[in-house]
Write a protein that binds this ligand. Structure first.
Ligand SMILES: C[S@@+](CC[C@H](N)C(=O)[O-])C[C@H]1O[C@@H](n2cnc3c(N)ncnc32)[C@H](O)[C@@H]1O
Length: 216
């Protein structure tokens, strides 16, 4: 998945600063200025090559989208799509999810998508899973009070782990399916979703919301 020529990716990222933010150590970004409006902001963390968020942005012009991905070599694939056809309501963000609280204002994001997050199967790597409570704490800070997290995966172990982690946080699970493609017709597929569903894997999905008392 990763582009071997990382310096070329870096150069492309650097020369398209109107389409992609390359987060280093700067503070909070002003997304009101970036989008020129105060429409709700939805973000995908671990966007990969960007098929999902690009399609969502095209379908929903009154929502602003931020696609977050940490690797230059991967995000450059999304950047190529945006260069070919820029969308006013989509900005890419090369950043690590560990920096979300530095990047986004508190209570400024209306939805977080986590699609086919890396499973990190070894217990000692659990802290790297994007549904680990360390990340949930950050999401809670940047999300508005009624906001939801939507999570999809084909990995049953990651799904069950995430279900437990979110429920224990505590969050309310407001939607859950263990066979998304059988149940939901208005689903926008990600690259990994296409790949794994073609292999016959079931797609699991949950939607969750922080409990009222946790919203501060
Ligand atoms: C398995 S891929 C899924 C890509 C895409 N969401 C899809 O469904 O096709 C997971 C992506 O998450 C990114 N990722 C993992 N941990 C991350 C983190 N801490 N911050 C930002 N991106 C991360 C990886 O670099 C990778 O591109």
């Amino acid at each position: 998945m990763r582009l071997r020529h990382v310096p070329i990716a870096k150069e492309l990222i650097g020369s398209n600063s109107d389409l992609i933010i390359d987060h280093q150590q700067d503070g909070v970004y002003n997304f009101l200025e970036i989008f020129h409006n105060d429409n709700p902001i939805h973000i995908e963390i671990g966007m990969g090559k960007g098929q999902f968020i690009y399609t969502m942005a095209k379908q929903n012009p009154h929502i602003n989208y931020v696609g977050v991905e940490r690797f230059d070599s991967v995000i450059v694939r999304a950047l190529e799509k945006v260069i070919a056809e820029p969308l006013q309501n989509l900005i890419l963000l090369r950043a690590d999810a560990n920096d979300l609280q530095v990047i986004f204002e508190p209570k400024s994001i209306s939805k977080i998508y986590l699609n086919f997050s890396d499973p990190w199967p070894k217990d000692r790597h659990a802290k790297r899973r994007l549904t680990h409570h360390k990340f949930l704490k950050q999401y809670q800070t940047i999300l508005t009070n009624d906001a939801v997290i939507e999570f999809k995966t084909d990995n049953i172990l990651l799904f069950e782990y995430s279900l437990e982690e979110l429920s224990n946080y505590p969050m309310d699970i407001i939607f859950l399916t263990r066979d998304l493609h059988k149940e939901q017709i208005d689903n926008v597929m990600t690259e990994f979703e296409e790949k794994f569903s073609k292999l016959g894997n079931k797609i699991y999905k949950l939607v969750a919301k922080f409990k009222e008392e946790q919203n501060g």
